[in-house]
Structure formats: C-alpha cells, structure tokens
Design a protein around this ligand. Structure first.
Ligand SMILES: C[S@@+](CC[C@H](N)C(=O)[O-])C[C@H]1O[C@@H](n2cnc3c(N)ncnc32)[C@H](O)[C@@H]1O
Length: 338
C-alpha cells in the first residue's frame, strides 16, 4: 500500500516523471516523524482503515504493512520460486527497507549481492540505517538499470512500489530488466492496482483518485493498469511463465525479442491466474487463462494447430458429444419423472 496524502496540491501534470514521484516520497519520509502513522489495515466504505493496536510502526514505511506477515509471505514465495542456492537480487523501490529486511531475513547468507534502485534519497537514508549488510544502492531520476551487469540477477522484487511507476515507465523497466536478469530468472511485482480482478482495494483506490481529480486535489501518485495490459506487455517483451494475481505478477525472463513493430497475435495471449500471491505460494496452483477470451473467433491453441481438415472433424466430434450428453440428460430426467 502507498502512503496517504502528504499534502494537498492543485493537479498539475497527472503523469509524473520518476524523479517527481521521488519528491513525494522524500517529502513523506521527511514529514514522517510528525505524522504518527498507524498501520494500514485495509479499505472500508469510509476510506483507508488503520490498525491502532499494532505496535509494528517504527521506521518510515512500516505503516504500509506488517513486517512479520511480509516475512512469512516471502518465506513461502522463496520456496515456491526455486531460486539458486546463492543469488544476486535487485529490488526496485525499497523505500525505508521494510521489504528489504523481510527478504534478507528469509534469504540470509544465500544473497551474494543486493542491489536497490530507488528515486527517493530521504527514504533510502532509513534503509541505510536499518540494514547492516552491504547493499548496492542506486538513486535514479529516471528509469535506469544501466549500472547493473548483464545477465547477473537471479531475482527482481518490487514491493508496493510498482503502483507509483507510470505505465510507460513500467514498460521501460520491464524492457531493460531483461538485460540484467539471467534467463529464466523471475521478476516478482507485488502491490499493484490491477483492474479486471474485481478487487475492492483497487476499485476503491480508483474511485478515490477520481474524487481527488474532481476536487483538484493531488496525493501521492498511483498508477492503475489492468491484468490484460500487463499480460500483453510481458508477453510482447518475451517474458514467460506469466502468473497474474489481483495485486501483481510473477514472470520469468524468456528469449530476448525485438521491440520494433510487433504483429497482431491471432492466437491471443496465454497466462496463468491465481487470486493472490499467498495462495499461489502455498500450493503453486493457478488456472490457465487466455486473452481475448476464447470462442468461435479464436479456437484454443491446440485446435488452431490442427490442419483445417482435422479441425472440421474435431468440431463435428464436439457437436456429437454435446448432442449425446444432452440426450442422456433428457433420458435421465424422463426416468426420474416416472
Ligand atoms: C510505498 S514505497 C514501498 C517501499 C518498500 N518496498 C516497502 O514495501 O515498504 C514505494 C517506493 O518506491 C519508490 N519509487 C517510486 N517510483 C520509483 C521509480 N520509478 N523507480 C524506483 N523506485 C521508485 C519510492 O521512492 C518509494 O521508496
């Protein structure tokens, strides 16, 4: 979850550059001590709900979610991801270090190198004071991963930060991260506002944003995107094993593909969906999904691979099976009536 409004401002340019997002977070981190933030605990009809009983808020950014819960989430996630025994990590948007501490607690000595990319110097100050192990911290003012060696990273994590990056910069990050990720290595983005999952957290944040625009009020910037937009972006960039959740995604670096003109994809896009990262981490299960939805205009992938002569046979067989099923149902219903 992102921070609450730092200060109210007239709406200017709604699309911010990463450096401008950094100004919001710098202001937030500097004003933090005076705010007495309580832990964010969800959303209700009257807005963001904070938990006054939680004692977990000690450093700037702790208020975005319970550290112990995050550590447990990462423990299960790391088991599920099948990461190498020793690994190099890149975290995008580490802020005050809540997620960094949680991940390092889980990975411990397995981490050979831990890179952080962030835009807000004031937040990263907290991170420096909080994590004793060596971190490679890179403060950037635009999307930039050029300081990281090619094919060197085994895991990219972005926790509660991706929603502060505009859609075009999300694409630029995903495009450029392919160079630094090892082939097959995962990127985990957790904490996105994805429309298309029928989720109250996202929808109510979206409504709040509309209200802010109408009242000419600007808070910390959140980007809203959709499951469909992310699946298309990731697929077009050659990522594979795409699993979407209602608040983020996991995908692995595949083959590098060009970024020039891309043809339409008559067979559409395929991915896997599970409602939450926690559920997926627990059992690894997700359902196969396709965009646009499959139907008469777009047969399943298997069907489309069949020669057209066999496609006719397959559809006749399906029609026969449907007729047979309906006839059995009718006979069973008739027998019940007697
Ligand atoms: C809500 S905080 C999350 C911090 C931390 N990951 C956590 O979960 O507590 C978002 C962080 O993302 C950073 N950020 C925003 N836009 C960014 C960008 N374009 N590139 C890198 N970091 C960015 C902010 O400066 C901030 O530190």
């Amino acid at each position: 979850m992102g921070p609450a409004v730092v200060q109210e401002r007239r709406v200017g340019d709604v699309m911010k550059r990463p450096g401008e997002v950094g100004q919001d977070f710098d202001a937030y981190a500097k004003a933090w001590a005076d705010q007495n933030y309580e832990m964010e605990a969800g959303y209700s009809a009257s807005g963001l709900v904070r938990d006054s009983s939680s004692t977990g808020v000690r450093n700037p950014g702790d208020e975005w979610g319970d550290l112990d819960a995050l550590r447990e989430q990462y423990r299960k996630l790391v088991d599920r991801l099948r990461l190498p025994a020793s690994l190099s990590v890149l975290e995008i948007g580490a802020g005050g270090g809540r997620s960094t501490v949680a991940l390092l607690d889980v990975l411990g000595d397995r981490v050979t190198r831990y890179h952080v990319i962030d835009v807000a110097e004031a937040f990263v100050e907290t991170l420096r004071g909080r994590v004793s192990r060596e971190l490679d911290i890179h403060i950037v003012s635009d999307v930039d991963v050029s300081m990281i060696e090619s094919s060197s990273v085994d895991l990219v994590l972005s926790q509660s930060a991706w929603s502060h990056i505009n859609l075009y910069d999300q694409y630029r990050y995903l495009r450029d991260l392919r160079r630094v990720l090892k082939k097959g290595a995962p990127i985990v983005v957790n904490g996105q506002f994805l429309l298309g999952a029928a989720d109250d957290w996202t929808w109510n944040r979206f409504r709040r944003r509309v209200g802010q625009s109408e009242r000419q009020v600007e808070g910390v910037y959140h980007e809203f995107t959709s499951i469909a937009a992310m699946v298309e972006m990731l697929s077009r960039l050659g990522y594979r094993d795409i699993t979407m959740f209602s608040h983020g995604f996991i995908a692995r670096r595949g083959d590098l593909v060009g970024t020039k003109h891309h043809p339409s994809l008559p067979q559409g896009l395929t991915y896997r969906y599970r409602s939450s990262l926690d559920l997926w981490s627990a059992d690894g299960r997700a359902i196969d999904a396709a965009l646009p939805p499959r139907g008469p205009d777009r047969p399943s992938t298997l069907q489309s691979r069949l020669p057209s002569r066999l496609r006719g046979v397959a559809s006749a067989a399906r029609a026969n099976a449907g007729r047979a099923r309906r006839s059995v149902k009718r006979r069973v219903a008739a027998r019940r009536q007697h």
